[in-house]
Ligand binder design. Sequence first.
Ligand SMILES: Cc1ncc(COP(=O)(O)O)c(C=O)c1O
Length: 386
Amino acid sequence: METAVTAIDSVVPVYPSWAQLWRLPHRSAKWRGWFPFNAPGGTWSFSGRVALYHGLPSLGLPAHSTILVPNYHQGVEIDALLAAGHRLRYYRLDEQLCIDLADLERRLDDAVSALYVTHYFGFAQPLEPIRSFCEAHRLKLIEDCALSLFSRDSGTWLGSVGDLALFSVYKTLPLPHGGFLVTKQPHATVPLRRAPWQSTATQTLDLLQQGLRACGWGQLESRMRHTSHWIAQRVRWDQKRTVTSGGARWDPRLLEYGASSWTVWLMGFMDREEVVARRRANFLRLAAHLRRYVPVPFRELRLGTCPLFLPVLVPDKIRCQRDLEALGVQSVNLWDASHPTCPQDLAEEVSGWRQHCLELPVHQELRPEDIDRVATAVLTVLGNRE
Ligand SMILES: Cc1ncc(COP(=O)(O)O)c(C=O)c1O
């Protein structure tokens, strides 16, 4: 591996940006035929949490009934369930973040009405045993696919088995925002307002700026940032008052909004086959570089998995993330804090994941040389050059 990481003239973004704007494919409507967008009654929303919140009434759960939720969670999905008036009971995952059905069984009682399952980083939970478990215990199944768009398990699309599935489309595809909801039972759709244009414009600009930085045009990006800041001041526009997708904090204002027509229009440029193929190739390449030096917990990339990141376990995640950033490599810290409603003992069980798991970029815009650069940066930061 010959990549040098000394001069930082470009950045490797952790989410897809608009780095490849210049090679836009023809627009086409084929995305409308892809799961989940082809699901009957599927609905766009501003983001994944909004999809979840508005999908819950379709399940017909008794008011204030209990939903079983995993001890490893982001936190906003938990907030969405609480905001909808449900009680929560946490369950444990095994060392590989796989759902533990025996533990679930012990936590059941008459108050429990649904099971919430998260497919982490694009990797499937065992769907068939989970479906049988829910049927046997008359539970509704909620599939959280916020991190798992376009992933399959033995040919089954993640999100197609549950009574409700939510997607966070903008995490996998370069869109300013966009969640998607799929439900088994038809439901009265709450009319959602179009995302505010200020929010769409700001987040579109972000994609453009990230793209410029990814291409090594940081100076142009910085000039653009200063100009937009100057214009914002002139028109007395406060960006903080605009809703944005992707925040870690619960913001109930988001619940009013669907996706913008701009976001839906942009879908016409997406190429699912390419997204899946490139993410898989990048994952395998990066894992091959790193696995001798760094624990790579999701080793097996089964057919059909569309990985969102390459998770690795590092000794000091915050320092590692900061040092990588200094070398021009972005990463994600999913997720360092438990929701306050999670009991201490269960939170403790996944504290290793929270303290050590860092997510590295493998998205579709990255070329083999970008992946090599990520690997070199990781090994540099951890003190092992390959
Ligand atoms: C597991 C999980 N579920 C739900 C969400 C909510 O998705 P969104 O940010 O699109 O609202 C997130 C967000 O990061 C998440 O990680």
